[in-house]
Design a protein around this ligand. Structure first.
Ligand code: FPP
Length: 294
C-alpha cells in the first residue's frame, strides 16, 4: 500500500477542506437522471443472461488513483464515494438483490491515524447525505464487521441508517466495516463453541449450514460475483467462507474510476462464465456417457 507522503499533522487541514467540500457537492452529483443509452445497456444485460443476485466488491486503488494525480490519499477515498453512489444506483436499477462493499477491513486499523479518521468522517458524511436517497429507493442498509471498534459517531449514524431502512425490500446494501473473513470465522466458531458448551449443540451437528448460519452474512446468500479493482489477484481476507464458489472478476481500473460502464463489463464477463459448483455441465445423456456400462 502507498501511504500518504505528508505527515498526519500536515495533511489534516487539507483533508478537512476536502471533506467539507464533499458535503456541499453531494446533491448536485446525485440528482442526475438515467440516460436512455444507459437504460438500453441495462436492458441488454438483463436480456443477455443472469444478473447476479449478490455482488461483492473489493474497492481498491483509491490511494494509487490519488497519487497518479499528485494528490493525497483521502482525495482518492473521496472520489471513491462517487463510485459507490454510481454502482449502488446501477445495481438497484439492474435488479441486483445484494451488494456488499468492502469499505474498511480489520487490517485497515493499521493505517495512519489521520487516514483512519478521514475515512470515518467520510463514512459519517456519506451516511448523513445518502441515507434519505437510499430509503426513497427502498434500499436496505446493513453492515458486517466488528461495529464495536467503530468511533461512536460513526456507529450511531450507521445504526440510525440501518434502523430507518430496515424494512426496505428492493436491494440490500451491506457495508463491510471493520470486517475480515477470519474475524467472521472466529466469531462464528466462538458462538458455536458456546452453544456446544451450553449443551444446545453437539459437535457432530456442526455442518456447513451451521457455520454459514453463524457468520455475519447468515442472512445473505453467498456472493455470485466478487469484483476487485486495481488489478491485484487476491481476496485480502474478504468473505473467505462465503466465496467458495464465487466468480472472481479483476480489473486494473482503480476504484474511483470504476463507474457503471465498468460494472457492465464485469457483468458481461460473469454471464460468459459457466458455473458448475464442482459438478459437470451440461448433463450428459445416459447413452452419450462413455462411462455407462451396458
Ligand atoms: C482501498 O484503497 C479503499 C479503502 C480501504 C477504503 C474504501 C472506502 C471508500 C471508497 C470511501 C468510503 C466508503 C463508503 C461506503 C462511503 P487503498 O487506500 O487501499 O488504495 P491503494 O491500494 O491504492 O493504496
Amino acid at each position: 500500500m502507498i501511504l500518504c507522503k505528508f505527515g498526519t499533522r500536515q495533511a489534516l487541514p487539507f483533508v478537512n477542506e476536502l471533506l467539507n467540500d464533499f458535503s456541499l457537492n453531494t446533491e448536485e452529483r446525485t440528482s442526475q437522471q438515467q440516460t436512455a443509452e444507459d437504460k438500453k445497456k441495462q436492458e441488454f444485460l438483463q436480456n443477455r443472461g443472469e444478473i447476479p443476485r449478490h455482488i461483492a466488491v473489493i474497492m481498491d486503488g483509491n490511494g494509487r488513483w490519488a497519487k497518479s494525480r499528485g494528490s493525497v490519499r483521502i482525495a482518492g477515498h473521496k472520489a471513491g464515494v462517487d463510485s459507490v453512489k454510481d454502482i449502488v444506483e446501477a445495481c438497484g436499477q439492474l435488479g441486483v438483490r445484494h451488494l456488499t462493499l468492502y469499505a474498511f477491513s480489520t487490517e485497515n486499523w493499521g493505517r495512519p491515524k489521520g487516514e483512519i479518521s478521514a475515512l470515518m468522517k467520510l463514512l459519517v458524511q456519506s451516511l448523513r447525505s445518502e441515507t434519505r436517497k437510499l430509503h426513497e429507493n427502498e434500499i436496505k442498509l446493513t453492515s458486517i464487521g466488528d461495529r464495536d471498534r467503530l468511533p461512536p459517531t460513526c456507529r450511531r449514524e450507521l445504526e440510525e441508517a440501518i434502523s430507518l431502512t430496515a424494512e426496505n425490500k428492493t436491494m440490500e446494501l451491506c457495508l463491510a466495516l471493520s470486517y475480515s473473513g477470519r474475524w467472521d470465522i472466529c466469531q462464528a466458531v466462538s458462538r458455536i463453541s458456546q452453544k456446544v458448551k451450553d449443551g444446545e449443540l453437539c459437535p457432530e451437528e456442526i455442518t456447513n449450514d451451521v457455520i454459514t448460519d453463524h457468520l455475519a452474512t447468515a442472512h445473505i446468500p453467498d456472493p455470485d460475483l466478487i469484483i476487485r479493482t486495481s488489478g491485484e489477484f487476491r481476496l485480502s481476507n474478504f468473505l473467505l467462507w462465503q466465496s467458495a464458489y464465487s466468480e472472481l472478476y479483476v480489473t486494473k481500473t482503480y476504484w474511483p474510476d470504476f463507474r457503471r460502464d465498468e460494472l457492465y463489463k464485469a457483468l458481461e464477463c460473469f454471464q460468459n462464465r459457466e458455473r458448475r459448483f464442482g459438478k459437470v455441465s451440461p448433463p450428459l445423456e445416459l447413452e452419450e456417457s462413455p462411462l455407462v456400462i451396458r
